[in-house]
Design a protein around this ligand. Structure first.
Ligand code: AGP
Length: 371
């Protein structure tokens, strides 16, 4: 009913709007006198100190959250992090031993590929830490440590609030590792707690774009294909934006690292092709920002219709943006939490305008329990 959907046309929009609360709930209770605590911890501090390599395994949207985690965990801990699709990981004979930490990310906690990856890792004596949204699901039951995302139940098949909650949970894992092992950046790690806690309010601000983005989505409903570009943490955001559009609007959508454009994808650019660009902060990552501005000017010159997600007040990007969506300024690593919001809304609204069931896209199940 409309009441269950909080007055919205579809659950997904309600769940998009629940993200500030989902984030706050995911962060709550994990800081104890400045230290990160997990929900279930069957690993000692010594185990965490012995870790010499991290694998992140997951599928779909959860995999994209893992790609984002890599930037933070490697930076804070100097541990090498590999992010891998669960379905590829276990058939590849990955190098694992007792000093390997495998982070398994799964909203449902029942995804067959991820569960089998966990079993394979444990069979090789690796330690497994699960990030999961479902209490007592199989993946957390079979893991050595668990951090729950407290996003609440997600009805829409397309992941939204569970994705941003996974990103926050991944950062908590990175901070927990940094605390147990020491970090080259103690000030930054200490600051990160406060910065994370400020995110629910920032995401609330990002939600003020919803109606404009919905209107934009309706104008884009007849597009044949959409490209998504980003750099650094904006690259996984672009991949996730493209996945959302595929699964909901049944449109051809691809995410690319913007630096790859000239290595191939620029050949796809033609008159009127919508290209969504996820901009980094002009202050936080000035070099990347300048590179992306030059990428946008190149594709615009070739006729692309540029849809730019940028930090509010980023005036340098304005001349190159056919459509500009402004999100609040936040630290670089946390940008995916705000820049994902308009991409979720865009996919949902294009799908709705095309007459599709946003909450139940064709051929998809909420939880994939077969390999
Ligand atoms: C995302 O919108 C999809 N629902 C899908 O990609 C999902 O993230 C994937 O199947 C993994 O599911 P899990 O998090 O429950 O393991």
């Amino acid at each position: 009913s409309a009441a269950e959907k909080g007055g919205h046309d579809y659950f997904m929009l309600k769940e998009i709007e629940e993200q500030p609360e989902a984030l706050a709930n995911t962060l709550r209770g994990h800081f104890d006198s400045g230290r990160i605590v997990l929900d279930e911890q069957r690993l000692s501090d010594q185990d965490l100190r012995d870790v010499d390599k991290v694998f992140v395994v997951a599928c779909g949207t959860a995999y994209h959250s893992g790609l984002i985690a890599k930037y933070a965990i490697e930076h804070w801990t100097r541990l090498p992090v590999e992010v891998e699709l669960a379905s590829e990981f276990r058939y590849r004979d990955p190098v694992l031993d007792r000093d390997t930490l495998v982070v398994a990310i799964s909203q449902s906690g029942e995804t067959a590929d991820t569960l089998e990856a966990v079993r394979h890792a444990r069979g090789q004596k690796a330690r497994v830490l699960a990030i999961c949204n479902t209490n007592g699901a199989q993946i957390p039951r079979e893991s050595d440590a668990v951090l729950y995302t407290h996003a609440g139940p997600e009805v829409g098949v397309a992941a939204t609030k569970t994705f941003t909650s996974q990103v926050a949970a991944n950062y908590l894992v990175g901070l927990a590792l940094a605390q147990a092992r020491g970090t080259k950046y103690p000030d930054e790690v200490a600051r990160e707690f406060a910065e994370l806690e400020a995110m629910p309010a920032a995401v609330q601000k990002a939600l003020s774009t919803v109606e404009d983005v919905r209107a934009l989505g309706r104008r884009m409903a007849d597009s044949k294909a959409v490209l998504f570009l980003g750099r650094h943490v904006g690259f996984p955001v672009a991949l996730e934006g493209a996945l959302k559009l595929k699964e909901l609007a049944y449109m051809h959508a691809e995410g690319f690292a913007a630096g790859e454009l000239k290595h191939g994808p620029i050949a796809l650019i033609e008159e009127g092709l919508p290209v969504v660009v996820v901009m980094p902060s002009p202050k936080g990552r000035a070099v990347l920002h300048a590179k992306l501005v030059s990428n946008i000017s190149e594709i615009q010159a070739r006729g692309a219709r540029t849809i730019v997600i940028a930090e509010e007040g980023d005036d340098t990007v304005r001349p190159f943006a056919d459509e500009l969506i402004e999100v609040p300024a936040v630290p670089t690593l946390l940008q995916p939490l705000v820049s994902s919001v308009p991409l979720q809304v865009l996919a949902a609204e294009i799908a709705r305008a095309r007459g599709y069931d946003v909450d139940k896209p064709r051929n998809l199940a909420k939880s994939v329990t077969v390999e």
